[in-house]
Design a protein around this ligand. Structure first.
Ligand code: ZN
Length: 315
C-alpha cells in the first residue's frame, strides 16, 4: 500500500504585494499525530534533505495516522540562505508563537504553531555548521510526566548525543522564548534535533536519523511497528552539558583533535591560521575535559564563531 503525499500551502501574509505561504506536506490518514519541521533557519540545508528522504520512505509504508511535514518553515530566510531574513531580522526559533506581532517572521511562527497543533509530537530539525553527530536536545523545566515522554522519544530516535540544557533560571528563560516552548504551550510535545551541515551529513548519519524518525512514527502510532523495518537502535547516546569553544580571532580554522573522542583540559582542538600573519598559528585548546562532540572542519571563522563544543558527560 502506498501513502501519497498531499502538498498544500497555508497563506501567511501579503508582504507588500508578495504572498508568503507556509508549505506543508501531509501523509497518511487523519488524525495527524506527528509533525516534522525543517527550515526554521534558512542556512540549514541538512534537515531539508532528511525530510525528503523521510517522505520518500513513508510513501511505501501503510500509515495508520497522519504525519505533517513542514520542509521550508521560513521561506524568506531560505530564499536568502540566511539564518533569518533581513526583512525583519528576527530569529524564527526565538520569537515564541510570534506574540501576535505583524513582522513576517512572527506571522510565520504563529502559522507554524497553528499547523502543528493537534499533533502529539513535533520534531524540530536543525543543523550546525560544526560537524555534529545526531544530537537530540533535552530542554529544561519539564514536568515528571513530560520528562518521561521525552526519554521515550530519545530512545526511539537513538541519537549519538543528548544535549541536556542547563536548568538555571536564565536557561529556562532562553528556552521559554523558543518556538518549541510555544508549540509545547499548544499541547504539542517538541523534540529539537541537530545534525551536521552539508556536505558533511554523511550516509551513516542520514540512515541513523531516518531510522530514528521512522521509530518515532511508530511510537506516535502513525506507522504499524511491523511495517517500519529500521535497523535496531544502538542505544549508546551520551548525555552531556555543552561547553562552547569560540574562535579567538579571524582566520581559517584547521581541526586537529578527532571528533567524538575524549578530550583533556588543555588538549589542542585545532589551530587558527591568522589572515594577516601566515606562519603565526594560534592553537585552540579545550578549556574543560569531556567528549569532543562538535567541531568545525576547515573553515573561515570570525572572532567568536563556534568552533567546537566539549560535552561534559552527565553521570
Ligand atoms: Zn537552526
Amino acid at each position: 500500500m502506498q501513502s501519497a503525499p498531499r502538498y498544500s500551502r497555508i497563506p501567511v501574509s501579503d508582504a507588500g504585494g508578495m504572498a508568503v505561504h507556509l508549505p506543508v506536506v501531509d501523509i497518511g490518514p487523519e488524525p495527524r499525530k506527528l509533525a516534522v519541521i525543517a527550515g526554521i533557519h534558512g542556512d540549514e540545508p541538512s534537515p531539508i534533505l532528511l525530510v525528503d528522504r523521510l517522505v520518500v520512505a513513508l510513501r511505501d509504508l501503510p500509515l495508520t495516522a497522519g504525519i505533517r511535514v513542514v520542509a521550508a518553515a521560513n521561506p524568506p530566510a531560505l530564499m536568502q540562505r540566511a539564518r533569518w531574513s533581513n526583512w525583519d531580522d528576527e530569529d524564527m526559533n526565538r520569537v515564541g508563537d510570534g506574540g501576535g506581532g505583524p513582522a513576517l517572521t512572527r506571522r510565520l511562527a504563529a502559522t507554524l504553531c497553528d499547523v502543528v497543533a493537534g499533533c502529539e509530537l513535533a520534531i524540530n530539525l536543525h543543523n550546525f555548521v560544526m560537524r555534529t553527530p545526531l544530537l537530540a536536545i533535552q530542554p529544561p523545566g519539564q514536568s515528571a510526566e513530560r520528562h518521561a515522554r521525552h526519554q521515550r522519544y530519545i530512545q526511539a530516535l537513538d541519537p549519538h548525543v543528548v544535549w541536556v540544557f542547563g536548568s538555571a533560571p536564565e536557561d529556562i528563560k532562553i528556552f521559554n522564548s523558543s518556538i518549541d516552548a510555544a508549540m509545547e504551550q499548544r499541547g504539542v510535545d517538541v523534540m529539537a534535533v541537530e545534525m551536521a551541515d552539508l556536505p558533511e551529513l554523511d550516509e551513516p548519519l542520514m540512515r541513523r536519523a531516518i531510522a530514528g524518525l521512522l521509530r518515532l512514527a511508530v511510537l506516535t502510532g502513525c506507522v504499524a511497528p511491523e511495517a517500519a523495518l529500521t535497523p535496531p537502535p544502538k542505544h549508546n547516546a551520551v548525555f552531556v552539558h555543552r561547553h562552547i569553544i569560540r574562535a579567538p580571532g579571524a582566520g581559517i580554522f584547521e581541526p586537529i583533535a578527532p571528533l567524538g573522542g575524549t578530550i583533556e583540559t588543555g588538549e589542542v582542538v585545532g589551530q587558527l591560521i591568522p589572515l594577516e600573519r601566515p606562519g603565526d598559528r594560534v592553537l585552540v585548546t579545550a578549556p574543560v575535559g569531556g567528549w569532543l562532540i562538535q567541531r568545525l572542519g576547515q573553515r573561515f571563522v570570525r572572532p567568536g564563531d563556534m568552533i567546537a563544543t566539549v560535552g561534559i558527560v552527565i553521570p
